[in-house]
Write a protein that binds this ligand. Structure first.
Ligand SMILES: Nc1nc2c(c(=O)[nH]1)N[C@H]1C(S)=C(S)[C@@H](COP(=O)(O)OP(=O)(O)OC[C@H]3O[C@@H](n4cnc5c(=O)[nH]c(N)nc54)[C@H](O)[C@@H]3O)O[C@H]1N2
Ligand SMILES: Nc1nc2c(c(=O)[nH]1)N[C@H]1C(S)=C(S)[C@@H](COP(=O)(O)OP(=O)(O)OC[C@H]3O[C@@H](n4cnc5c(=O)[nH]c(N)nc54)[C@H](O)[C@@H]3O)O[C@H]1N2
Ligand code: SF4
Ligand SMILES: [Mo]
Length: 729
C-alpha cells in the first residue's frame, strides 16, 4: 500500500521578509561616528564540518561580514570562501519559514500545509508517544549530520532510543577510521591529527586538499610547501595539490592498494623502514614482510601504470624524511569497497615510517576536560543502531545510515519512526532512493529538521525549520587539536521568519514527551555558562573572545624510546590483524583488481569544488554567484573522438540506463582518458531551491553500482561507469 506520496515542493514560496532588527544580548558593540553601531559576535562556522571559529560583524544590526578568529587553530584567523559566504545561508530567500504538515485532500492528493509550531510539535509528540506505547521508544531512529544534531540525540536518548547514524561514517570517513582503529587502536578525529606543519614529506592518496577546502589543513599544507616539503600526490586527475607536487602519480583508478603494498615492499626490501619503532611498537612484522614480498614494483606497475623506478624513488623519499613523513589518511574514503583494507595499508605504511606519535607525522590530540551538564542518566534502550546492521559488518563502530534506513522498511520493520536532521539523504547515500520510498510506505512518522527546502523534506510528515547557525547557540566546540580549546557559537541575529534553534525544538518536544527533567533550562546559554564555569571561564568571557585555548597536559609526541600501550587487543600497532582474521577477513591487506569500464564508458570520478559544500550551499546566493554550476572534465582525446567541445552541454548515462541532468563540458588534460570528473552537490530537483534547481548534474543519480565494504558497511561510490551523450542542437 502506498501511504506517503513524495511531495514536490513547488507551492509555498511566499515573499521575502526582512530580518527583524532586534538587538541580541551578549555582543560586543562599537559606536560608529555619527550614529549607529558596529557589533560583533563569536561563532564557529557550520558551512562545512571543520568548525572554524570567527566573528560575525553587523552594521546597525544588518549583516556585514564574517572574519576568522586569530586565536583559533582550525581557522588561524582566516575563513575560507564558504565560511565568509555563510551570511548567504542567513539571507537565502528560499529558506524554510514555517513548520509544514503533510495533509491529504479529498481527492487523495497530498501536500504540505503551513502550521504553527504548537500544531507541528503536538502532532509529532502524539505520534512519537503512540509509537512508544505500541512498540517501545527504542523503535524510533535518527539519521543526522552536523553539530546541531546533538540536541536531538539528547532528546532521543532521554526518550529511550539509541539508534542513530550519520553519513560521516558509511558515506565518508568510516573506512579510514576503522582501518586506523584496527591498526593503532584509534581513529584520526576531526580535524585530523596530521602534523603537516612539521612534515618534510607528505603523501596524498586522492585527498584533493585545495579543492577539499578544510581550512586549517589547507593552511598547514601551504606552510609545508613554503618549507619545500616533498609532496607526492597519487591521483588519476591533475588535482590542485598534484600541481604543487614533486611527484604526481596519475594512478589507474582503483589500484591504490597495489601501490601501497609496493611501497611497503621497497621499504622492507631495502631496509628503509624504522627498525627501532617497528620492533618496539608493532606486532606481525614478519608476516607483513612475507606478505608484501610478492608486490614488487615491476608487477605493481602493470596494475597501477606507475613505473617501477618512480615507485622506488618515492618510497626512498618517504624514508629519507621519516619520521616527519605523513602518508595522509584521507577523509572521504568510501571508494571501491575494499576501503578499510586500503586505509589499513595507509596505516601500516605510516607505522613502517614511524610516523604515528612523531613530529611531522600524526600527533597526539588533546581536548578540554569539559564536564557534562548534570542531568539524570538516560534510560536503557534495548535496541541500538547495532541491531540495524547486526553481524553483517562486524567492525561498524557507528551507525550505518543505509542499514538504519533498510530497517525502516516493511510491516515488521525494526523502526517505526524516523527523524532526519541536517542531511539530504536522496543526494547523500548512493542508490538509496528506492529504499527511501519503501521506508515512506512503512513508517508511522517521518520528521525532517532542516534549514532549506531540500529534496529530503518531500518525504516528511512534518518539516521543522531550524534557524541557521548564525541565529543560535549550540554546544561548545571541543575538538581534539594540537592545543585543547573551546569555541562558542552564539546567535548574531534573531531567527528569521518562524525558524527556531535546534535546542528549542528538542526541548519543546521533550516537554511534550514528559521529559522535562532532561531539559531544565529556559535558554541553552545556561548550559554553556555552567559548563564554562567548571573550567574557569564563563559565557560572558566567551562572548567576548570566542575561543579559549587551554594548556596541554601531556606531550604532543612520543618521547624517545617511550613505552606506549596502544588501544588494540595486543597493545601494539597491529601490522597483522588477528581481529580481522578471527572474523574471516584478510589479516593483512590483499589487492584485488577493480573492474574496468566497458567499451565506450568511463570511470565516474567526483570530488569537491572550493566554493561549495556538497549540495547544501549551491543555493546560497553569495556562493551561487561564485560557482553557479558544475562542469564535466573530459580528456581532449575523448573530446576529439566524440566531437565535443568545452562549453557545450552533454548528459551522462550509466550501464543501468540512468540518464543525468545536463552538464557543461570542460575539455582538459588534467583528467585521464579513461575517466570523467564532476563536483558533487549539483543537479538539485527541489523546485523551491530557486537558484540551483535543475542546474548541473548530480553524481549520485549515476551511482547505481554501490560497492559495500564487508568490514564496516561503507558504500563505495567509485565503481560507477558512464557514457557521454551529446545534446542535440
Ligand atoms: N570545498 C569543499 N571542501 C570540502 C568539502 C566540500 O563539500 N567542499 N567536504 C569535506 C568533506 S566532508 C570531505 S569527506 C572531504 C573529501 O575530500 P577528500 O578526502 O580529499 O576526498 P577524496 O575522495 O580523497 O578526493 C577526491 C580526489 O580523489 C581522486 N580520485 C578519484 N579516484 C581515485 C583513485 O582511484 N585513486 C586515487 N588515488 N585518487 C582518486 C579524485 O580525482 C579527486 O581529486 O572534503 C571536505 N572538504
Ligand atoms: N554522490 C555523492 N554522495 C556523497 C558524497 C559525494 O561526493 N558524492 N560525499 C559524501 C560525504 S564525504 C559526506 S560527508 C556526505 C554529506 O552529506 P550531507 O551532510 O547529507 O550533505 P548535504 O547534501 O550538504 O546535506 C546537508 C543538509 O543539511 C541541511 N542543513 C544545513 N545547515 C543546517 C542546519 O543548521 N540545521 C539543519 N537542521 N539542517 C541544516 C541542508 O539544507 C541539507 O539538507 O555526503 C556523502 N555522499
Ligand atoms: S573550512 Fe570554511 S566552510 Fe569549513 S568551517 Fe572553516 S570557514 Fe567554514
Ligand atoms: Mo565527508
Amino acid at each position: 500500500m502506498k501511504r506517503r506520496e513524495f511531495i514536490k515542493l513547488s507551492g509555498l514560496l511566499g515573499a521575502g521578509s526582512v530580518a527583524s532588527p532586534l538587538l541580541l544580548s551578549g555582543c560586543t558593540e562599537h559606536p560608529l561616528p555619527g550614529s549607529g553601531t558596529l557589533a560583533e559576535t563569536p561563532t564557529f562556522c557550520d558551512m562545512c564540518f571543520w568548525k572554524c571559529a570567527g566573528f560575525v560583524h553587523r552594521e546597525n544590526d544588518r549583516p556585514w561580514k564574517i572574519t576568522g578568529n586569530d586565536q583559533d587553530l582550525h581557522s588561524q584567523g582566516r575563513m575560507c570562501t564558504r565560511g565568509t559566504g555563510g551570511l548567504g545561508s542567513y539571507e537565502d530567500r528560499d529558506r524554510l519559514r514555517k513548520p509544514l504538515l503533510r495533509v491529504t485532500a479529498k481527492d487523495g492528493s497530498q501536500s504540505f500545509r503551513e502550521v504553527s509550531w504548537e500544531e507541528a510539535l503536538d502532532f509529532i509528540g502524539k505520534r512519537m508517544q503512540s509509537i512508544a506505547d505500541r512498540y517501545g521508544a527504542d523503535r524510533f531512529a535518527m539519521i543526522n549530520h552536523g553539530y546541531g544534531a546533538r540536541h536531538f540525540k539528547h532528546l532521543l536518548r532521554a526518550w529511550g532510543s539509541d539508534s542513530h547514524a550519520e553519513p560521516a561514517f558509511a558515506q565518508c570517513r568510516g573506512p579510514r577510521d576503522t582501518g586506523f582503529k584496527l591498526t593503532f587502536g584509534e581513529g584520526l578525529g576531526s580535524p585530523e591529527r596530521t602534523d603537516m606543519e612539521h612534515s618534510r614529506c607528505i603523501v596524498l592518496i586522492g585527498s584533493h586538499i585545495g579543492e577539499n577546502l578544510h581550512n586549517g589543513q589547507v593552511q598547514t599544507l601551504s606552510e609545508a610547501l613554503r618549507r619545500d616539503v616533498t609532496l607526492i600526490t597519487v591521483d588519476p586527475r591533475f588535482s590542485v595539490p598534484a600541481g604543487k607536487s614533486r611527484y604526481w602519480l596519475p594512478i589507474k583508478p582503483g589500484t591504490d592498494l597495489a601501490l601501497l603494498l609496493a611501497w611497503m615492499h621497497v621499504l622492507i626490501d631495502e631496509e628503509l623502514y624504522d627498525q627501532d619503532y617497528v620492533e618496539r611498537y608493532t606486532t606481525g612484522f614478519e608476516q607483513l614482510k612475507a606478505h608484501v614480498a610478492r608486490y614488487a614494483p615491476e608487477w605493481v606497475w602493470l596494475e597501477t601504470g606507475i613505473e617501477p623506478h618512480l615507485i622506488r624513488e618515492t618510497a626512498r623519499a618517504m624514508a629519507a624524511a621519516a619520521p616527519a613523513t605523513l602518508v595522509h589518511p584521507g577523509r572521504h574514503t568510501v571508494w571501491y569497497g575494499d576501503d578499510t583494507q586500503r586505509s589499513r595499508a595507509i596505516a601500516i605504511l605510516n607505522a613502517l615510517l614511524g610516523s604515528w606519535g612523531r613530529k611531522g607525522g600524526l600527533y597526539i590530540q588533546e581536548r578540554v576536560r569539559l564536564p557534562r551538564y548534570p542531568l539524570p542518566p538516560y534510560p536503557e534502550a534495548k535496541i541500538s543502531f547495532r541491531d540495524a546492521h547486526g553481524d553483517r559488518w562486524p567492525f561498524a563502530g557507528q551507525g550505518v545510515t543505509n542499514a538504519i534506513l533498510e530497517a525502516c522498511i516493511g510491516e515488521d520493520a525494526l523502526y517505526k519512526g524516523l527523524l532526519v536532521y541536517g542531511t539530504n539523504l536522496p543526494m547523500t547515500i548512493p542508490g538509496i532512493r528506492p529504499q527511501l520510498r519503501a521506508a515512506m510506505d512503512s513508517l508511522d512518522l517521518v520528521v525532517v529538521v532542516d534549514t532549506m527546502p531540500m529534496e529530503i523534506t518531500g518525504y516528511a510528515d512534518v518539516v521543522l525549520p531550524e534557524c541557521t547557525y548564525l541565529e543560535r547557540y549550540d554546544d561548545l566546540r571541543n575538538s581534539g587539536e594540537r592545543e585543547p580549546s573551546l569555541a562558542l557559537r552564539m546567535p548574531a541575529f534573531e531567527p528569521r521568519h518562524q525558524s527556531r534553534p535546534g535546542w528549542w525544538i528538542a526541548r519543546e518536544l521533550g516537554h511534550r514527551l514528559g521529559l522535562q527533567k532532561y531539559f531544565p533550562w529556559k535558554d541553552y546559554s545556561e548550559v554553556l555558562d555552567w559548563q564554562l564555569k567548571q573550567v574557569g571561564s564563563s559565557l560572558k568571557e566567551m562572548q567576548q573572545i570566542g575561543v579559549k585555548v587551554f594548556p596541554r597536559t601531556r606531550p604532543r609526541y612520543f618521547a624517545e624510546g617511550q613505552e606506549v600501550r596502544f588501544r588494540t587487543p595486543s597493545g601494539k600497532i597491529e601490522l597483522y590483524s588477528q581481529q580481522l582474521k578471527d572474523r574471516g577477513f584478510d589479516p593483512m591487506p590483499e589487492y584485488t583488481r577493480p573492474a574496468s569500464p566497458p567499451e565506450g564508458y568511463y570511470h565516474l570520478n567526483y570530488g569537491r569544488m572550493p566554493a561549495h559544500t556538497f549540495g547544501k550551499t549551491t543555493n546560497n546566493p553569495l556562493l551561487f554567484q561564485l560557482a553557479p554550476e558544475n562542469t564535466l572534465w573530459v580528456n581532449p582525446l575523448v573530446a576529439g573522438e566524440l566531437g565535443i567541445r568545452s562549453g557545450e552541454y552533454v548528459r551522462l548515462a550509466n550501464p543501468d540506463g540512468v540518464l543525468s541532468n545536463r552538464i557543461r563540458v570542460r575539455v582538459t588534460e588534467r583528467i585521464r582518458p579513461d575517466s570523467v570528473f564532476m563536483a558533487h552537490g549539483f543537479g538539485h530537483r527541489s523546485r523551491r531551491l530557486r537558484l540551483t534547481e535543475g542546474v548541473g548534474a548530480d553524481d549520485s543519480d549515476l551511482m547505481s553500482n554501490v560497492l559495500v565494504d564487508p568490514i564496516m558497511g561503507g558504500t563505495g561510490m567509485r565503481g560507477n561507469f558512464v557514457t557521454i551523450i551529446r545534446e542535440r542542437v
